[in-house]
Design a protein around this ligand. Structure first.
Ligand code: SAM
Ligand code: DTB
Ligand code: SF4
Length: 341
């Protein structure tokens, strides 16, 4: 969806926007279900990158220490625990710039993925930059979705990260799609961006072909020691609006109400679900930061009448739009989708 259409939606009266997003949500997701995803940081801290919101960058004194890659045995323990608690998706994150074929650590990750994928949950990983070969290897090992956020608009990105570019992010997403993995791609609100930046980010994400399978919307959790430590909290109603516009722009994607829920009231979260969010990170820890307690989340979902989603481990990647077949990648391509031809 292009920027001017997104802006027109964003500027609607809130109730009018919610009426529209709710109608689209009901048409595509009539089950009143929320997907529970468990996050695990399999390699924490010491990251070479300078993402100014992140406690795991080695450049900031955030108090997060660099750790080694977790053993497969420990990861399996945590994955089994997540499954027993009702999670249907297990997401493993690593504080790396990226991964490379032939390295010991990537071999270790492939081995971990291969075992986790036998547990009957969707398997998502977020390991930073991927080349075509790394993406294929992850797909073969059993990854269902690759998480790689664009985080903000192309224009604002260089103000937030200087060690890699927005284009680098798009290239990795393309490699994940080409390998047949679903793509989980979203962003963060609260990085000092304008509404225009938020919608330009959504213009990029909603232009992916195939569309992202899921879109995490994070609210900045200001991390002590990082350059954005003093940024103000995102206005919960801005978050609701962003979720509503995302639901309308990418109707079939799971919209994940992601980091920052500890700062939201039950009422604000309820409005986010009404606006179109249908997935959360579940369990009391994100990667390094806090998340609401599992019992608290289950209590809230029950109170508002939402049930939890059943697993779909055989989930296949969304189909590409046929425009790619009509106009193969070339400088003369007529395809307008970013991350497509
Ligand atoms: N290193 C990999 C990468 O950058 O893609 C994976 C891990 S990284 C922590 C995954 C995502 O977490 C980021 O893209 C960002 O959207 C989100 N994130 C990180 N720190 C955050 C914070 N303080 N508040 C909100 N979201 C955050
Ligand atoms: C995403 O968009 N949010 C998650 C997941 N993908 C990997 C990460 C949130 C991290 C919050 C900050 C922390 O725990 O350090
Ligand atoms: Fe490293 Fe990812 Fe954090 Fe950036 S967001 S510093 S790449 S872990």
């Amino acid at each position: 969806m292009n920027y001017s259409d997104l802006l027109a939606l964003y500027q609607l009266h809130l109730f009018e926007l919610l009426d529209r997003s709710r109608a689209i949500h009901q048409a595509h997701w009539p089950e009143a279900e929320v997907q529970l995803c468990t996050l695990l940081s399999i390699k924490t801290g010491g990251c070479s990158e300078d993402c100014s919101y992140c406690a795991q960058s080695a450049r900031y004194k955030s108090g997060v220490e660099a750790e080694r890659l977790m053993s497969k045995e420990l990861v399996m323990e945590r994955a089994l625990h997540a499954k027993a608690n009702g999670s249907t998706r297990f997401c493993m994150g690593a504080a790396w710039r990226g991964v490379r074929m032939g390295t010991q650590r990537f071999e270790q990750v492939l081995d971990i993925v291969s075992d986790v994928s036998k547990l009957g949950m969707e398997v998502c990983v977020t390991l930073g930059e991927l080349g075509a070969d790394e993406a294929k290897a992850l797909k073969v090992a059993g990854v269902t979705a690759y998480n790689h956020n664009v985080d903000t608009s192309p224009e604002h990105y260089p103000n937030i990260v200087t060690t890699h570019t927005f284009e680098d992010r798009l290239r990795t997403i393309r490699h994940a799609q080409d390998a047949g993995m679903s793509v989980c791609c979203g962003g963060i609100l609260g990085l000092g961006e304008t509404i225009e930046d938020r919608l330009k980010m959504l213009e990029v994400i909603s232009g992916f072909n195939p569309p992202p399978e899921s879109i995490p919307i994070n609210a900045l959790m200001p991390m002590p020691g990082t350059p954005l430590a003093e940024n103000p909290q995102v206005d919960p109603l801005d978050l609701v609006r962003m979720i509503a516009v995302t639901r309308i722009a990418v109707p079939k994607a799971k919209v994940r109400l992601s980091a920052g829920r500890t700062a939201l009231t039950d009422e604000a979260q309820t409005l986010c679900f009404y606006a179109g969010a249908n997935s959360i990170f579940y369990g009391d820890k994100l990667l390094t930061a806090k998340n609401p307690a599992a019992e608290k989340d289950l209590h809230l979902l029950k109170k508002i009448g939402l049930s939890t989603q059943l697993p779909e481990p055989s989930m296949s990647a969304p189909e590409a739009n046929p425009c790619c077949e009509l106009s193969p990648a070339s400088s003369e391509s007529s395809c307008q989708s970013i991350g497509c031809c």
